[in-house]
Design a protein around this ligand. Structure first.
Ligand SMILES: Nc1nc2c(ncn2[C@@H]2O[C@H](COP(=O)(O)OP(=O)(O)O)[C@@H](O)[C@H]2O)c(=O)[nH]1
Ligand SMILES: [Mg+2]
Length: 373
């Protein structure tokens, strides 16, 4: 293996872009009257103000397709729908038509439908229930009660839950902080439950894309990434000896780069090239010139009992597993911090990433040492 010519930065950029390109999108349908709060909900649940900034292309009279490069999500949003039985019946046919048409191509098939009702309306019509039944025959449907503020809306929600409607679940929420006057504001709530409920109803591939696209439940992003990484490390570092070149030339090997790229894809942070460059640099991928790189070279093996010396660039699978697990866990925690900032509209400077990454990596190596003794 020619370690010198291997460039982890280029590799990670390429692999991350490839991972994101290959992610089959989660396809979602949103139905509800104008003013129900669909756009507000989309902007709250997904990254990058999707309803405001995503391109919307008309699909049918009332349906628009919203998507944005870098987010593995296709949303069909109903527009211009007024509260009347005829309008809703017409749109039912449109929605069913699109669901049937898209079902032919696995990449386009709609995975889930959110039906939004403004909780303040305080009623559900017979024809709406009929509509829910028709949708539910095709795909999982969640009845989303939007703009839930105050006791009457909660009573309405309880009633709906008791009605045994033909849906997979009922979610109640307030998508955006609601000012009720005299300086008092009701904070948003219920979004996390909608995200978890939806996640559980999605097929596996689409569930990863959904986790990437949403920004409500960052701990869930981390949990899904950790579960995936553990499986990956167990199969890759499971047996025998692995080449891990602890030289100044490259701290990361291709297998680790692939792992980090996949974790980045699961997380779905709004990756600019500059962000990925900073991230990789923070891990020590740019020729071992970073603090973390030097730290690993000179200290990492000390943490692992029985690791011995690195002979000819080979270490045992178990040792590689410990190092790679610490790498995965610290990277996931770093992305968790970055994602939380991003949800607040903030970014993290590259130097701060490096310093946090180094501290986390040491923390996880020490944890693994404690586990062994
Ligand atoms: N504060 C607050 N306002 C909301 C919420 N949901 C909807 N609205 C308001 O209700 C109106 C209609 O919402 P919109 O998302 O455009 O509904 P859509 O027609 O279903 O897309 C807008 O003025 C929103 O600001 C919410 O959760 N909180
Ligand atoms: Mg809208």
């Amino acid at each position: 293996m020619t370690i010198m010519s291997y460039n982890p930065l280029t590799d990670m950029l390429q692999k991350t872009e490839e991972e994101l390109r290959n992610m089959p999108p989660v396809n979602m349908m949103l139905v509800g009257n104008t003013g129900a709060g669909k756009s507000t909900l989309i902007n709250a649940v997904f990254r990058e103000e999707l309803a405001t900034t995503g391109q919307g292309l008309p699909v049918t009279k009332h349906l628009r397709r919203i998507e944005k490069p870098g987010i593995p999500l296709v949303l069909y949003d109903t527009r211009g729908l007024e509260l009347s039985a005829e309008a809703l019946m017409g749109v039912t046919e449109e929605v069913l038509g699109v669901i049937e048409e898209k079902a032919i191509d696995p990449k386009e098939a709609i995975h889930i439908l959110w039906y939004c009702i403004n909780a303040g309306n305080n009623r559900i019509e017979e024809y709406e229930i009929e509509m829910l039944r028709k949708f539910s025959e095709k795909i999982p449907v969640i009845l989303v009660l939007t703009q839930c503020i105050g006791e009457p809306t909660m009573e309405f929600a309880e009633m709906l839950k008791r009605m045994n409607l033909p849906v997979a679940g009922v979610a109640t929420l307030l998508a955006k902080a609601y000012p009720i006057g005299t300086g008092i504001t009701v904070p948003p709530w219920g979004l996390q439950e909608l995200v978890r409920m939806s996640y559980d109803l999605l097929p596996e591939d689409a569930s990863y894309s959904f986790i990437n696209a949403q920004q409500v439940d960052i701990e869930k992003k981390a949990a899904v990434a950790r579960r995936w990484a553990k499986g990956y490390i167990a199969t890759t570092c499971g047996v025998g000896f692995v080449p891990v070149p602890f030289s100044d030339a490259a701290v990361l090997v291709p297998m680790q780069i692939s792992m980090l790229a996949h974790i980045t894809a699961i997380f779905g942070i709004s990756m600019s090239k500059a962000t990925i460059t900073s991230l990789v640099a923070s891990i020590g991928g740019t020729g071992g010139a970073t603090m973390l790189g030097r730290y690993i070279v000179s200290n990492a093996l000390k943490f692992i009992p029985g690791a011995g010396t690195v002979l000819g660039g080979l270490i045992s699978g178990a040792t590689a597993g410990v190092l790679t697990t610490a790498l995965a866990m610290s990277y996931i925690e770093l992305l968790t911090i970055i994602s939380k900032r991003e949800a607040d509209g903030k970014t993290m400077p590259g130097e701060e990433m490096s310093s946090i990454m180094k501290d986390l990596y040491i923390k996880y190596l020490e944890l693994s040492k404690k586990k062994k003794t």
